[in-house]
Design a protein around this ligand. Structure first.
Ligand code: UT7
Length: 334
């Protein structure tokens, strides 16, 4: 069962920034090195291309650029932030966290910590960050950033085609007229092997044997993940709609975790949300895990489909299993 919190926070998004690495990898590029095809990838996932980090880039580099853009738009200095949260499942290093590196890159010595809830991390970060804003009155930067192409086996066609790299960030600030929430967050950790990187942690540290059998790569039981993604995101979205006292028809924009077009379509139609109220970026970004929701939000803003006062439904699902959903009223100046 999830933790559903019916409270809404008087917190607004006042800055929204995105950063995508320059290198574009198309399905045809992958089909030249893997036993796959553009047709298979498009029909099974909706993905046409994805961005891939440069050799000298890591997750913090993407996060710093997205954060810088969000701060510039909000007109907030990094040194004025109360905290920086980085949602990521692909940290630069096992130790330390990525958020302190991002804070340093932005020129601040503020509180900074990682949130690892896999693909749901950004929604988790919004509730934690929003709560910090509401209690401290200080602005908070929440970043979703990933370099997933660094942890997939480039020779494994079942996962190498799915993932992309990027970062999205929001600045949250107090605003008595704004509403962030309700939130619904949940986990089911009974079978982590459904989607995991088996080795390289404390259960099975890195060793020659791990390198030899590829235990340091991300693996997934796609069908099981697919079924859980549809069921969990649908139920979690329904809980925040009910807790928010709104009707499905009141949702102006549905931004789901961009893992697979068929998953998004299944969730959208089960919820009864109209097709033109759903924003899609998986075709151009692939699955960017914790970065996918803020990247899709920024893409919606750039496409001109976000207007002041809009009610946005965010929902995400990922490894763990984890899931999370929330409502967000758009202020219109981000
Ligand atoms: O961010 C966390 C959330 N992650 C997700 O939501 C991912 C969820 N899962 C999925 O999106 C889908 O399960 C996949 C897209 C990963 C796979 O689609 P599927 O329809 O479940 O395919 P499948 O795994 O059942 O594989 C069907 C066939 C298999 O061949 P056989 O056994 O039928 O001969 C696979 O070997 O397709 C084969 N296959 C491929 N063929 C061409 C698997 N990957 C590929 C590939 N190209 N890239």
């Amino acid at each position: 069962m999830s933790t559903t919190n019916a409270a809404t926070l008087p917190v607004a998004v006042t800055g929204l920034g995105a950063y995508l690495p320059e290198r574009v990898v198309t399905n045809d590029d992958l089909a030249r090195v893997l036993d796959t095809s553009d047709e298979w990838i498009r029909t099974r996932t909706g993905i046409r291309e994805r961005r891939v980090v440069a050799a000298d880039q890591a997750t913090s580099d993407l996060a710093i650029e997205a954060g810088r853009r969000a701060l510039r738009q909000a007109g907030v200095a990094a040194t004025d932030l109360g905290a920086i949260l980085v949602a990521t499942t692909t940290p630069d290093h096992t130790v330390p966290g990525t958020a302190p590196l991002v804070a340093a890159g932005l020129g601040a010595e503020v509180a900074a910590f990682d949130v690892n809830a896999a693909c749901s991390g950004f929604v988790y970060g919004l509730q934690i960050g929003g709560s910090l804003v509401a209690t401290s009155g200080e602005p908070v930067l929440v970043v979703g950033a990933e370099a997933l192409t660094r942890i997939v086996d480039p020779g494994d066609r079942s996962v190498a085609i799915l993932f992309g790299d990027g970062a999205g960030a929001v600045v949250l600030e107090p605003d008595v007229d704004a509403r962030l929430g309700p939130f619904d967050l949940g986990t089911d950790g009974r079978d982590p092997s459904m989607l995991w990187t088996r080795a390289g942690g404390t259960r099975e540290p890195a060793s020659e044997a791990v390198l030899a059998d590829g235990g340091h790569y991300l693996t997934m039981r796609g069908g099981d993940v697919y079924r859980n993604a549809v069921a969990r995101m649908t139920a979690s979205s329904q809980r925040v709609i009910e807790a928010g006292g709104i009707k499905v028809g009141d949702v102006d924009l549905f931004v789901g975790h961009q893992a697979n077009l068929r998953i998004l379509e299944a969730v959208r139609s089960r919820l009864g949300i109209a097709e033109d109220h759903c924003h899609i970026t998986v075709d151009r970004h692939g699955n960017t895990s914790a970065a996918s929701v803020p990247l899709a939000l920024a893409d919606a803003r750039d496409a001109g489909v976000l207007h002041g006062g809009a009610t946005i439904l965010l929902t995400a699902f990922g490894a763990g299993l984890t899931w999370g959903s929330c409502l967000l009223t758009w202020r219109g100046d981000a």
